[in-house]
Design a protein around this ligand. Structure first.
Ligand code: NAD
Length: 262
């Protein structure tokens, strides 16, 4: 059990973390968060990750089992083990159930769901050797809330939340904790790419902001801090936890202005 006394070098000192999708957005913010608190961090990404020192960039596509296994062995050889795995790599899809092709279904599920299985099973033998083993998966608000034009993406993230709970059950007696975060719309390069593709990005941004009760997008750093909490030795009794980071969207309904004082 961890003490709440400050740890010299940071609460992650002496620990090694792997963050998939660690070259951008929430993954890069998480890698920086963990490194700033003492962890050695490897960013595993399909784009040759040019990540800032002291982060270690490792190239692997989570849809390629051999590449994933090689990447995990590279991390262990370079950094000495694995204590924390953040399964964050993900891709999106837009459309109703009539619109996505079989190829799109296979591609998105392969990255967002099977990718987590590939990286987790390669890392588990190493996590079993850790005294502070934790896996944190990045799901989404659409794991539990219907959003228009997001059938395939939602199916993938609902699966991430469900597999998180099942993994938590499988590994709790081994001392490996498994949790996930459900971010609302977060201000990352992904969302900026989507905005750049529409006719009126400012109006679309305003719509996305107003969809969240706190009236703004979530920041990548805020999601990183939530992942950091779940990954921390300080959260040693926390497993099977689904943590919303969504400006209140999962729980808060604002009444129309006229109703506020009634
Ligand atoms: P991003 O596009 O900025 O970063 C995603 C990273 O994942 C990229 O570096 C990309 O190269 C990598 N990646 C994608 N496919 C990969 C693969 N097959 N193998 C290895 N790496 C791969 O996106 P982001 O917004 O930071 O999203 C990160 C995670 O957060 C995703 O799982 C996404 O579904 C989830 N999420 C994002 C939001 C949001 O609004 N941005 C909201 C909820 C959940």
């Amino acid at each position: 059990m961890a003490s709440v006394e400050p740890v010299p070098g940071g609460e992650f000192a002496g620990l090694v973390a792997v963050v998939t999708g660690g070259a951008s957005g929430i993954g890069l913010a998480t890698a920086r968060f963990l490194a700033a608190r003492g962890a050695q961090v490897a960013c595993l990404d399909r784009n040759p990750p040019e990540v800032p020192a002291p982060l270690l960039g490792v190239t692997a596509d989570v849809t390629d089992d051999a590449a994933v296994r090689a990447a995990i062995e590279t991390v262990v050889a370079r950094l000495g083990g694995i204590d924390i795995l953040v399964n964050n790599a993900g891709i999106g899809a837009v459309g109703t159930v009539e619109e996505n092709t079989d190829e799109q279904w296979h591609e998105v599920l392969d990255v967002n769901v099977v990718g987590i299985a590939r990286v987790s099973r390669a890392a588990l033998p190493h996590l079993r050797r850790s005294r502070h083993a934790a896996i944190v998966n990045t799901a989404s608000i659409c794991s539990h809330t219907g959003l228009p034009q997001r059938v395939l993406y939602s199916a993938s993230k609902g699966a991430v939340q469900a597999l998180t709970l099942a993994m938590a059950a499988d590994h709790v007696t081994e001392g490996i904790r498994v949790c996930c975060v459900n971010p609302g719309t977060a201000d990352t390069p992904w969302v900026r790419r989507l905005l750049a593709a529409v006719d009126d990005p400012d109006a679309q941004l305003a719509t996305l902001q107003s969809r969240q009760p706190n009236g703004r997008l979530v920041s990548a750093d805020e999601v990183a801090a939530a992942i950091g909490y779940l990954a921390s030795p300080l959260a040693g009794a926390t497993t099977g936890t689904v943590l919303a980071v969504d400006g209140g969207s999962h729980a808060v309904r604002l009444p129309p202005p006229a109703d506020i004082r009634r």
